[in-house]
Design a protein around this ligand. Structure first.
Ligand code: F6P
Length: 489
């Protein structure tokens, strides 16, 4: 963290993302409540911004009470201890519909995730996407106090923005991080605006992905659809007069300092009381955005199968799923919610009696402290994404377990599976495998839990989010130096 601050000393840092790190909501009594949205991106980037300050430009979507914050669209945050500025860009309904719901989440999201949901591409959505990228680029340009700020562009909502900013601020250091997977070139090729997207992204100084696999897919895609010079060894792309460094930077979390943490035995007791289950009841836990890429249905099927294969667990074990609603205006997400509810009901009907519920489903937002308690109270955490860039829930669970207990069931299709080898790695499409891993986690001997957990904790502690940001910024500093030398020659 200190090195990061040192690296950035004197530089202006501007972050651009769609999702805002804080949502201001007016409660029924008129007071304004501030909430953190469910987002791995926010979890990671917020920690970095707290450390290095600057301005975070985001879409004011979640701020239900626009009036509350509209008057002052530069808000100091975090509310209790401000260390950077949140600058909101307000979008019209039409812009939000086309850019966010449409092109970003019905087009790019399913295009990049292999979750068998067909991407939808509409020209009208694309037009809004271009327009909104321009609006955010203008906000960056307006916020820039120097001609060479460090601009951190987040995610698939802003593929065109790097080039737009580059044209206005040629000396800016633009670091774009793609938080979701990048598919193979053939799959990406169905996007009607593939060239425009690639050209836009190549306005970046550095382009980051979570894994070498996604980085390689990106290089192949550029090679296939654009006239560029690619140096595979150096992992650079020259396009026109510009050079983009393409790297993999696995994202992480800020390692917690524990002074305020509620002891594990207290969490165990309280959570079981809240759920109304006996104190010796076994718990497995999952928390995700309510999204079809997260493998929530497959997870429930694994629970169902586990109870079928191990009937001694019936009545003694429950699976708690917290699912934070997001993108709920989209039909695909509405249908998904229905399917999740229906499957939970079916399994509960099958095994539930005398108030026993094998699946406890809570479709609502939970704050970070509450989630910590669930992490600490559960025997097992299940992450079963069908495809995921990294998945920070897996790392948050590991970080929460300072008692070195608990088992992690982890999908092989997450970036996290490349780092957390001691998890019980599964293919979420293989229901029996998921069921067995869950049972294994619930019955894992204490010594084995400690061995696995210790090793994973050590890795997450060392490769934390400051390292993630630090690596990108160090690479950026190296490139800036090279640029200066080249100019002199
Ligand atoms: O990285 C995936 C991502 O889409 C982020 O960009 C976003 O912050 C998070 O998931 C939550 O999604 P949404 O903002 O659409 O609810």
């Amino acid at each position: 963290k200190a090195l990061l601050q040192q690296d950035l000393a004197g530089d202006q840092v501007l972050v651009v993302s769609n999702r805002e790190p804080y949502i201001h909501e007016k409660a029924a009594d008129g007071t304004v409540k501030v909430r953190r949205p469910a987002s791995g991106l926010v979890t990671a980037v917020e920690a970095v911004m707290r450390a290095c300050s600057g301005t975070w430009i985001a879409h004011g979507a979640g701020s239900a009470d626009r009036e509350t914050v509209d008057k002052n669209d530069h808000v100091p945050v975090p509310p209790k201890n401000p260390s950077y500025t949140l600058r909101r860009v307000w979008l019209t309904e039409e812009e939000e519909k086309g850019y966010y719901y449409g092109f970003a989440n019905e087009g790019l999201w399913p295009l990049c995730h292999i979750a068998h949901v067909r991407p939808v591409f509409r020209s009208s959505d694309w037009e809004e996407y271009v327009k909104v990228n321009r609006r955010f680029a203008d906000a960056v340009i307006k916020e820039a106090r120097t001609d060479n700020p460090v601009v951190l562009v987040q995610d698939y909502h802003f593929a065109l923005l790097p080039r737009m900013v580059r044209e206005a601020l040629p000396k800016a250091t633009i670091i774009t991080f793609w938080h979701i997977p990048w598919p193979n070139s053939e799959s990406f090729g169905i996007c009607p605006w593939r060239e425009e997207i690639l050209e836009g992204m190549l306005g970046s100084t550095i382009l980051g992905f979570h894994t070498p696999f996604h980085r390689k897919n990106f290089l192949d895609t550029v090679d296939r659809y654009l006239e560029t010079r690619i140096e595979p060894e150096a992992s650079t792309i020259s396009y026109g007069n510009e050079l983009t460094q393409v790297e993999d930077y696995p994202i992480s979390i800020a390692w917690p300092d524990y002074p305020d943490t509620v002891p594990v035995d207290v969490c165990r007791t309280e959570i079981r009381q809240i759920l109304g289950v006996p104190q010796d009841h076994l718990l497995a836990f999952g928390v995700d955005r309510l999204d079809y890429t997260k493998g929530i249905l497959e997870r429930f099927q694994a629970v169902d199968r586990m109870l079928e294969m191990h009937p001694t667990m019936v009545g003694k074990f429950s699976f708690v799923q917290i699912a934070a609603p997001s993108r709920s205006d989209l039909e695909e997400y509405m249908n998904f919610e229905q399917r999740v509810r229906k499957l939970a009901d079916k399994i509960n009907d099958r095994y539930g009696k005398d108030g026993y519920l094998p699946i406890i489903l809570k479709i609502e937002h939970h704050d970070q402290n509450e989630l910590q308690r669930y992490f600490r109270a559960s025997e097992v955490c299940m992450v079963t994404s069908l495809h995921d860039g990294m998945n920070l829930v897996a790392k948050e669970f590991i970080a929460a377990r300072d008692d070195e207990h608990g088992a992690l069931v982890l999908s092989q299709f997450t970036g996290a599976a490349r780092e957390l080898h001691e998890a019980l790695i599964i293919n979420p499409y293989h229901i029996e495998q998921g069921a067995e891993a869950l049972y294994r986690g619930l019955t894992m001997p204490s010594v084995e839990q400690v061995e696995r957990m210790r090793s994973m904790r050590d890795r997450v502690r060392r490769f934390n989010v400051y390292r993630w940001a630090g690596h990108m910024l160090l690479d950026a500093a190296r490139l800036r130096k090279r640029e200066k030398v080249m100019q002199k020659i």
